[in-house]
Design a protein around this ligand. Structure first.
Ligand code: FMN
Length: 228
């Protein structure tokens, strides 16, 4: 299905990472092997730093590839995105990939101090509560550190509106932190970026905050106590 692929390690080959050997062998974050991960790329570019950062995040997780999917918004049909055709098969498959995920990793370039318009066309097609109960890791790349907080003030409110409550620390990388690799056509992350990414991924160890019981089950008990 166009735009949705089962194995991001193959799918993201157009933005291969040129990891230095010393960086490639650092230990990965343990995750539950059955955690379903969907990688969502919002860059319009075929050779994309933000998509490379997305792939880097996947390589930092000890996750079974059978449980990974990738959605590249740039590969979804433009007319369906622009005219909100939620019934287009490719859009349905992409939405299903998001719904099937326990962990959604979303990556975007910063355009005009915000996340990409391309990403927005897809987020607008998601059902209202599409991210409820999921963990979300937001990633972004930008030309400079000027819009370092763009993930917090532009993307995060949208993720919350879609129901996400367990949002890991966003990771923003400047273009200088992802240098083109000489031969592979990929990008080499600097050590500070890797460190920040791993710190963000450590948030996976923290269970989401314990849920409050719904008011309906609590109120009768309070009522009973008051009537004693
Ligand atoms: C139209 C356009 C607007 C941009 N606006 C910003 C911006 O406001 N702030 C910023 O830091 N970088 C900006 N950039 C730079 C990109 O965010 C940056 O190069 C990014 O790494 C591109 O990601 P990609 O390779 O995944 O597309 C802009 C780039 C383009 C093409």
């Amino acid at each position: 299905m166009d735009g949705v692929r089962a194995n991001p390690h193959i799918d993201l080959r157009s933005c291969r990472l040129g990891l230095r050997p010393s960086l490639a062998i650092v230990p990965t974050m343990p995750t539950n092997k059955t955690t379903h991960i969907t990688a969502l790329s919002g860059s319009p570019s075929a050779r994309s730093r933000s998509t490379a950062l997305l792939q880097l995040a996947l390589t930092r997780l000890e996750s079974d590839e059978a449980h990974q999917q990738a959605v590249h918004v740039r590969e979804l049909p433009p007319a369906a995105l622009l005219f909100a055709d939620t019934q287009a098969p490719q859009i349905r498959a992409a939405v299903a990939a998001i719904e099937a995920a326990d962990l959604v990793i979303v990556a975007t370039p910063i355009y005009k101090a915000a996340y990409s318009g391309l990403l927005k066309t897809f987020l607008d097609l998601l059902p209202q509560d599409a991210l409820r109960g999921k963990t979300v890791l937001p990633l972004a790349t930008g030309g400079s550190a000027a819009h370092l907080l763009a993930l917090d003030y532009t993307l995060k409110p949208v993720l919350i509106a879609l129901g996400a409550r367990h949002i890991l620390d966003g990771v923003f990388a400047t273009d200088a932190q992802l240098q083109p690799h000489e031969t592979s056509g990929g990008y080499v992350p600097d050590a500070a970026l890797l460190q920040r990414l791993d710190r963000a991924l450590q948030g996976l160890d923290e269970a989401p905050a314990p849920r409050c019981r719904p008011a309906a089950s609590v109120v009768p008990q309070i009522g009973a106590a008051l009537m004693r």
